[in-house]
Design a protein around this ligand. Structure first.
Ligand SMILES: Cc1cc2nc3c(=O)[nH]c(=O)nc-3n(C[C@H](O)[C@H](O)[C@H](O)COP(=O)(O)OP(=O)(O)OC[C@H]3O[C@@H](n4cnc5c(N)ncnc54)[C@H](O)[C@@H]3O)c2cc1C
Length: 349
């Protein structure tokens, strides 16, 4: 049959897949539970080049970033709404060992495209110890809630989006295609975030998902609009609120309720960064879909060629989903090869 795709999940992964199909004029139906709180809706949407304790450039950042920039700008144009915002990103260094590490790393050639020449110049009335740090270029944030909502509205206007909780046993595949709810498709792509841990066809994928908590905060930063980081990150959003995050919990019982100790931990880190008074107005929690080795995986199931998978976006869904989605769609439509590092079949344990 001619290509027609069923996509399960309208998070960052499923939404980017749907857009990639729309760009190629291939029909699709995207189905989502439409839950109020999901990983993609809770995310701060940060896109930052130099990350982590080791102060290294994120894997293939330039490739992913260039594609994300083009993709979100094109989506914004189509939907006549802006949800992608390039921003300066200031990383403040915590202590002497971190400062020493930075002095070693700062001359590395791979760092140079991402370093701003100017010192951060933060207001010492607003921030504690703002002296030691550096500013990064080519960082941004994505308003994920606005992007997902506007995309959903657009897909609905095409009759290509519906709300349902899809049971894996209701999706039948054979050599010719896939059936669900009385409709036929050429392929199904499961892009369902951490719920895939319970999918009978994908239970062997080595998920190591982590619960994350994020705060919404009110504080007067006296006009500071850059993203800041020391121990936690602080995102000044365009609506005047701040997002502060985020935690990683590898063992958790309740994925829906922020635990008091995680909120307190974030609050304490925030106060070590921010001198200005701050009021927490909300706390949210969701599960990041992480796969062992922190690599996103995609491709078709080893014995079900009509059943595909895109998952493991970890904490980089905003950055990587546009590139990953294009790569997977090209594989399914044109037969291109999936990069070995991200090929589901080559990384199955
Ligand atoms: C606190 C926190 C902060 C974060 N901050 C950032 C950040 O700053 N930058 C960044 O890039 N990333 C961030 N992330 C990570 C980012 O959110 C993830 O990379 C991304 O959301 C994963 O997207 P996904 O589409 O794979 O999964 P999800 O967002 O989980 O989407 C899956 C969708 O599938 C639906 N679904 C699942 N099963 C079914 C079914 N059977 N039938 C129908 N629908 C189904 C779900 O309802 C959901 O809508 C953060 C995450 C957390 C938790």
């Amino acid at each position: 049959m001619s290509p027609r795709f069923l996509i399960i999940g309208q998070g960052l992964a499923g939404t980017a897949l749907a857009w990639r199909l729309w760009e190629r004029q291939v029909p699709f139906l995207i189905v989502d539970r439409n839950e109020a709180v999901t990983c993609s809706k809770v995310a701060a949407g940060l896109i930052t080049p130099i990350t982590g304790m080791r102060l290294t450039v994120s894997w293939r950042y330039d490739v992913f970033y260039r594609e994300a920039l083009r993709f979100y700008r094109a989506c914004g144009k189509r939907l006549q709404q802006r949800f992608f915002f390039p921003r300066g990103y200031v990383r403040l260094l915590k202590n002497e060992p971190e400062i020493a590490k930075w002095h070693k790393r700062r001359r590395d050639p791979d760092m140079q495209p991402f370093l701003h020449r100017q010192a951060p110049g933060l207001n010492s009335d607003v921030f504690h110890d703002p002296q030691n740090g550096f500013q990064q270029r080519h960082a941004a944030w994505l308003d994920t809630t606005a992007y997902l909502k506007a995309s959903r509205g657009f897909f609905e206007s095409l009759n290509s989006c519906t709300t349902a909780d899809v049971k894996p046993s209701d999706v039948r595949d054979d050599a010719e295609g896939v059936g669900w709810s009385g409709q036929r498709f050429s392929h199904v792509i499961w892009a369902q975030g951490w719920s895939a841990e319970k999918h009978p066809l994908f239970h062997w994928v080595p998920f190591q998902s982590a619960l994350g908590t994020i705060l919404t905060v009110k504080a007067d930063l006296r006009g500071e609009t850059r993203i800041l980081n020391r121990g936690c990150w602080l995102l000044p959003r365009n609506d005047g609120t701040l997002r502060v995050g985020s935690t990683y919990e590898w063992q958790f019982n309740d994925p829906n309720t922020p635990s008091a100790d995680q909120v307190q931990k974030l609050e304490a880190t925030l106060h070590s960064l921010l001198k200005a008074p701050a009021q927490i107005t909300a706390a949210q929690t969701a599960v990041r879909p992480i796969i062992k080795n922190r690599q996103a995986l995609m491709g078709t199931h080893p014995t079900h060629p009509r059943v595909a998978f895109l998952n493991g976006l970890g904490s980089k869904g905003s950055l990587r989903s546009p590139w990953l989605a294009r790569h997977l769609i090209e594989h399914l439509l044109d037969g291109t090869t999936i990069d070995a590092e991200m090929d589901l079949q080559q990384n199955s344990i």
